[in-house]
Ligand binder design. Structure first.
Ligand code: KIV
Length: 297
């Protein structure tokens, strides 16, 4: 008897095969992606049956407490990708290429993407924007590394966009956004993230593109959805964007647990005997007799 899950047309043991994403789009099965930044999160996302994990540069804000993603470094993404890939086996792990790691040239983009795959263990990389990124994406795909595109609100260039705002809200802007997505598809991207764009624009992009679209703040009609780990689990003190749905309130759970720990330590209720190591009575008596003798001079 085969243990192939019925939802996959071409399942092989272990990793979800990348071409399966196209098949899922064709079958109208939604693709699930979540961000993760360490091994336990990778393991939990895998156990929950998530299809794709993004080691996102959103880590700059939700993990490292920065104001934006701009200062995130390749080394940070590299180390987090190593952690996540130790925990996640079946999901396709996509490493975000941080700002400054691919803009200078196709050569820079390829050599940094190779590091994320070779040293980080990533299955694929993600780049933001159209424009010069199209050439970078083509070069990386040419080097044998799968690339995910990302258009709409692209946080690495939020200053140019006038802040963290929805994109493609005029007919002209919507048309340009879909052109960018098509150019990225033509460059070989296996999927495109659509961030903070009107549902009508995301629907049109999804119908136009052959490759899957993964939406975040892009309405219900994309081929898949992604949310940021800390936002969806309520593990972040800032105000989450309107497109976030909270599935847990881990911040409150953790604060409550820490407050109870602090109370127990202060009252002496922790540790109890079950948390404490003992030694054989004879050894303890010898030890205590020796220390009492020494203390007595
Ligand atoms: O860095 C990130 O988490 C992202 C997602 C919002 C798509 O790019």
């Amino acid at each position: 008897m085969s243990d192939k899950p019925s939802r996959y047309a071409s399942w092989t043991a272990g990793k979800l095969p990348l071409p399966e994403l196209l098949e899922m789009k064709r079958r109208g099965e939604k693709i699930v992606m979540v961000t993760a930044y360490d091994a336990p999160a990778g393991r939990l996302a895998d156990a929950a049956g998530v299809d794709l994990i993004l080691v996102g540069d959103s880590s700059g804000m939700v993990v490292h407490g920065r104001e934006s993603t701009v200062a995130v470094t390749l080394e940070e993404i590299l180390v987090m990708t190593q952690w996540v890939t130790r925990g996640a086996k079946r999901p396709i792990v996509v490493a975000d290429m941080p700002f400054g790691s691919y803009e200078a040239s196709d050569e820079q983009a390829v050599s940094n993407a190779v590091r994320l795959v070779k040293e980080g263990g990533a299955d694929a990389v993600k780049l933001e924007r159209g424009g010069t990124t199209v050439s970078r994406a083509r070069a990386i795909v040419g080097a044998g590394i799968p690339v995910m595109g990302h258009v709409g609100l692209t946080p690495q260039t939020a200053t140019v966009l006038g802040g963290f705002k929805a994109q493609g809200r005029t007919a002209e802007r919507a048309r340009l956004l879909i052109e960018e997505a098509k150019a990225l598809e033509a460059a070989g991207c296996f999927a495109i993230v659509l961030e903070a764009v009107p549902a009508a624009v995301a629907r049109a992009a999804t119908n136009t593109l052959t490759v899957p679209t993964i939406g975040i703040g892009a309405g219900p009609d994309t081929d898949g959805q992604v949310l940021v780990w800390h936002d969806m689990l309520g593990y972040y003190e800032g105000r989450a964007p309107r497109f976030v749905k909270r599935y847990a309130d881990l911040g409150a759970v953790i604060t409550d647990a820490l407050a109870r720990f602090a109370d127990d330590v202060r009252s002496g209720a922790f540790p109890e005997e079950q948390h404490t190591y003992a030694m054989p009575d004879q050894e303890r008596e010898t030890f205590e007799a020796e220390t009492t003798r020494k203390a007595g001079g």
